[in-house]
Design a protein. Structure first.
Length: 29
């Protein structure tokens, strides 16, 4: 139930991926 997150990831996957990579949360998984 996270259409916003999916949309953002789809729009800025590269940027989001880099940001998530820096974050310790590991939301990418």
């Amino acid at each position: 139930e996270l259409p916003k997150m999916i949309a953002v990831k789809d729009a800025n996957f590269s940027e989001v991926d880099a940001v998530f990579c820096c974050l310790p949360h590991g939301t990418t998984q």
